[in-house]
Design a protein around this ligand. Sequence first.
Ligand SMILES: [Zn+2]
Length: 424
Amino acid sequence: MKTINALIVYFLTGIVAFSQGQPTSDPLAYPQQIVKQLCSPAMEGRGYVRSGCQKAARFLKQEFQTMGLMEYRGVSTQPFKLSVNTFPKACKLRFGWKNKKPGIDFIVNPSSGGYAGHLKVLSLSAQEILQYPFGKSKNRGYILSFVPRLGISADTLKMVRLKLEKLARIELPVLEFTREKLTWSVSSETFKYPYVQCILSTNDACPKQIHLKVDAVYKENITVENVFGYIPSKNPSDSLIILCAHYDHLGRMGRKTYFPGGNDNASGVGMLLSVAKKLKRTPLEKYNVLCIAFAGEEIGLVGSQAFLESPLLDRSKVSMVLNMDIMGSGEEGITVVNGSVYTGLFDRLVKINQTYGLLKAIKPRGKAANSDHFVFSNAGIPALFIYTMGENKNYHDVKDTYDALSFSAFNALETLVLTFLKSF
Ligand SMILES: [Zn+2]
């Protein structure tokens, strides 16, 4: 039913002109194929173990070439360097006769150091942790454990976590039990000891001893790439619209566990490529479009920052940046970050949505440093960031798979983006 509605919307809005010559009648076929490929184990979670990020870059470069996009200023990629903490091999936690499942039962803090062996558990309260002194070498052979009491305040928990990080950085291994969803990340920092977050299960008595094996490898100055595809305007112009989505994700946490990054942000790359394909057939009248698949977003917007600072970019020529991240749901519509900053651009989106009846809601949001748009708007370049709102809550976890994506607003959102671009 959702697909039928989406198809009707797609044809009624006149955007059918974009799809001339499309080999398939299913508008989702191409973006879904891209998203599925990016989420596959072969891409290793598009991180920094087994060259996942580099494999994804190669795939995207090939896709841009196949659809006939041009190089930008003589290059198809922009290499840059970053340093990252990785977990290429063992990532094991065992207590109570059972191996815990990585990614499901536990995660290691992305800055964790390595460890192999048994550890005695020293369970402390929030107060005891906050007062725990540094330099207490008598606790060698222990892992400091924290079980939050029910109803602990968010502020206290935040303070405890900060202290646990400081302890793992220099003092001793740390094990935090939690009732919250496990949310992983990626870091360019490295602690001396592991910091493990484990789901608090009702079956578990607080262990007296655990076995931990974490292989942490810090990789310095590895090279990753932003990938470009350029679509010149119909009429000669030196004005540029940047359409971007980051393709990197979190990669692997141990041998058996990878984070597919379906919603974040294979879905946005699928949207970028699908829109690019249509713009290639029907370019904008007066604006060149530069499609960028950014790397290094998850580690702190490093790819977009590298592009902003490079001589590849003439800031004065950029009219707008449209960043797409988390495009895979949309049952509740979309949020537009910077929508309440660039109200003219936001109102234009809303008007198109009202005219064509595309999405359930378009909500404005203020500034937020939560994706690549921020680098541009922070430098004074108008930039919006669109993300979908809906049922998919698999943020930065192993469940963010291709199969978990509904694509329920994908066609309508693509129509919105294309119509928005055509309005310039
Ligand atoms: Zn993202």
